[in-house]
Design a protein around this ligand. Structure first.
Ligand SMILES: [Zn+2]
Length: 248
């Protein structure tokens, strides 16, 4: 399917308790990619991919807040007049609360990426619940508002992931296209090339505003790709928006 051919990695579909779905976020230490879904699972797909209004594209970033890089994204998005959704890690928020507040003060949407960047596939239900509840409490307190959206690390969703998200009132959202910006060889043009291969009205874009789980410095290519992404969307009359404005 769309990701496996590009990553060249082995595909995986995990069924844990009948609900588990595995998608790859990539990750520079290598992770699997989605290959195929049985027909019944496909009905979940547009929902999980964050497919929204055909007049917009949702811009999302994972892995921050990072004082080294996130402020640069805030500045560039301000210059471009764009608001986005940031899926933050609880442990990063605990360490850098001011950076999270900077994001929020700049008008961006804060969403959850879990507390630690760990694959749910290899974790117990209890551990997943603890991780998600802890990050929910941390981020809600620092941001003074509760997040609405959740994206698990590596895009790996299991039954406990969905159950805990439901308990916390979180909607799980993956992505429809990505810039594969965690890799060593990432450049602004490679980010745009990968994004454009699946960029379409209503899709959700995945990028990273921190290199804490990526190749060191890879965020620079992401940052440099933003003007072209904004331009491509404008040329196609697509609003670049946070998930809250994506018409779910
Ligand atoms: Zn991540």
């Amino acid at each position: 399917m769309r990701y496996s051919s590009k990553t060249g990695m082995s595909a995986k579909l995990a069924l844990r308790g009948g609900v588990g779905i595995v998608v790859a976020e990539g990750g520079y230490r290598s992770f699997p990619a989605l290959s195929s879904l049985p027909p019944l699972r496909r009905s979940l797909w547009p929902y999980l991919l964050g497919t929204g209004s055909s007049t917009s594209v949702a811009l999302t970033f994972d892995d921050g807040p990072d004082p080294k890089s996130t402020p640069l994204f805030i500045k560039e998005l301000e210059r471009l007049g764009v608001k986005a959704t940031f899926f933050v890690l609880g442990e990063m928020a605990e360490r850098y609360p001011y950076t999270l507040q900077e994001l929020q003060n700049a008008g961006h949407e804060i969403a959850l990426h879990g507390n630690w960047h760990r694959n749910h596939l290899f974790r117990s239900a209890r551990s997943i619940r603890y991780d998600m509840e802890r990050s929910y409490a941390t981020v809600s307190e620092i941001a003074s508002s509760a997040p609405i959206f959740f994206r698990p690390p590596y895009g790996v969703i299991t039954r406990p992931t969905l159950a805990t998200a439901a308990q916390l009132g979180l909607r799980t959202v993956l992505w429809g296209t990505w810039g594969r910006d965690w890799r060593k060889m990432t450049t602004p043009s490679s980010v745009m090339k990968d994004l454009k291969s699946n960029l379409e009205p209503g899709c959700t874009v995945l990028l990273h505003d921190s290199d804490c789980t990526s190749y060191p410095g890879s965020y620079r290519a992401t940052l440099a790709a933003l003007p072209e992404l904004a331009e491509v969307c404008a040329q196609n009359n697509l609003r670049l928006v946070p998930l809250a404005d994506h018409g779910f």
